[in-house]
Design a protein around this ligand. Structure first.
Ligand code: SAM
Length: 424
């Protein structure tokens, strides 16, 4: 077993790493004592990081006493102190106007319509981004609320950081005078060295503005986003916990993103009552989002997988909607599992990536047949799938329903098609 006082620096470094992983009684005192005598520049950072990994009050106190002797030690110290600091608390919003929101690509209009219903003026800025006249509360069709800090030319990351001005005190209330942030660079391919240089520049620039880089415990993200035509820096506050989708206590593979789900529920909505069916309901996200829109609806979910149904039932109970949503195991292609008549159908169909039904074409044909048979006149169905070819061919041949709208949505790096059908 390597020792913190071994004659070999490499062994002392390995001992520190192992102790950091193991922790336990006496570990902080041992590392503290070792740091008092350790002189090797590449061993000390491992000892400091080990203290951060052990965590707790004793480690925090030990880290507070250390003075960095080199740049790598300062970096280790920063990481370790960040790790032992508690969660970022005590932050709140001031009344903010002119914010932006990121939204699912292809569903910007749906997010705008929701914002307008809440009395907020909203416009599309570009794919995946909308502008809002004030900070919204409780919108389900947006991913996040963000403030634009700086805009520069495509690829001009350093220049854009240099001119960024984060007037965070105008937007955020804080018990302390420092805003801890997490830095990220999105959609850009640069070398590790280039990234580290950019991070260093960001730290220098933003520390003068009362912000501190604190990747484990932060109240906001500072995101540098690379687009085709521009570089943008966003402040994305994260101090407010997102309670919108906490009903998702159980998950299944291929669950739909709930923000996308909230948008689709709005797209299929044709009235404030009636029966809504999801024949491949998975964990029930679409049903729950649709139920939340209108109290007058009743909803039925079908899924072939017992695990999915267990997840859906758990989520429906957590959402407090058990009186209106029933989820049952069955084959969504089998007419017997469907009601005789329904007003809406909402389905995130299996894409063929991990379905239990290998015969996707057959399943799609049977589901479209069930829609054509049960959808009430004036009723509406929404089908969401990346397996477009089969569906398009099928819909061309179907006479009882007509396609009234088609769109492409981006979610989780996938291009997914949305088809809206109505009874002829
Ligand atoms: C893309 S997932 C739906 C996910 C769901 N929207 C959610 O958020 O959890 C497709 C679902 O179809 C189900 N499925 C596959 N074949 C089926 C069939 N023949 N009948 C009903 N459900 C089926 C799978 O078990 C899976 O849960």
């Amino acid at each position: 077993m390597p020792d913190l006082h071994d004659t070999s620096p490499q062994s002392r470094r390995i001992a520190a790493i192992a102790l950091g992983k193991r922790g336990g009684e006496g570990s902080v005192a041992a590392l503290r004592a070792a740091l008092e005598t350790e002189e090797v520049g590449w061993v000390r950072p491992s000892m400091i990081l080990a203290l951060g990994r052990i965590g707790g009050d004793e480690a925090r106190a030990a880290l507070a006493e250390i003075e960095a002797r080199s740049e790598s030690e300062a970096e280790a110290l920063r990481k370790a102190r960040d790790r032992v600091s508690g969660p970022a608390t005590g932050f709140g919003w001031r009344a903010v106007t002119n914010v932006f929101a990121s939204v699912p690509v292809g569903l910007e209009d749906v997010a705008i319509a929701e914002a307008r219903e809440h009395g907020i003026e909203a416009t599309v800025v570009r794919r995946g981004t909308i502008a809002l006249s004030k900070r919204p509360a409780a919108l389900r069709c947006i991913y996040d609320v963000r403030i634009l800090i700086a805009e520069g030319a495509a690829g001009a990351f350093a220049e854009t950081v240099r001119k960024a001005e984060v007037r965070w005190r105008e937007w955020i209330t804080s018990a302390s005078d420092i805003l801890p942030y997490r830095f990220s660079l999105e959609n850009a391919r640069i070398t590790k060295q280039e990234f580290n240089d950019l991070l260093r520049l960001a730290r220098e620039t933003f520390s003068l503005q009362g912000l501190t880089d604190s990747p484990s415990s932060y109240a906001a993200m500072l995101r540098v986003e690379a687009d085709d035509g521009a570089t943008r820096i966003w402040l994305v506050p994260t101090f407010e916990s997102d309670e919108r989708f906490t009903y998702r206590v159980a998950d299944v593979g291929a669950s739909i993103n709930p923000v996308v789900g909230a948008c689709l529920a709005r797209l299929v909505r044709r009235g404030d009552e009636g029966l809504v069916v999801d024949p491949t309901c998975g964990s029930g996200t679409l049903l729950i989002e649709r139920a939340m829109l209108d109290r007058g609806t009743m909803l039925a979910g079908i899924d072939i997988s017992p695990t999915a149904i267990r997840a859906a039932v758990g989520n429906v109970i957590a959402a407090g909607l058990a009186a209106r949503i029933a989820a049952r195991q069955g084959d969504g292609g089998d007419p017997i599992t469907w009601p005789d008549r329904c007003e809406e159908v909402l389905a995130n169909l299996p894409f063929g990536l991990r379905t239990e039904d290998r015969n996707l074409d057959g399943l799609y044909r049977r589901i479209v047949g069930n829609i054509a048979r049960t959808l009430a006149p004036g009723g509406r169905a929404l089908l969401y799938t990346a397996h477009a070819k089969t569906l398009v061919a099928l819909l061309r041949r179907t006479t009882k329903v007509k396609v009234t709208e088609e769109r492409r949505v981006e979610s989780g790096g996938l291009q997914v098609g949305v088809w809206i059908l109505e009874r002829r």
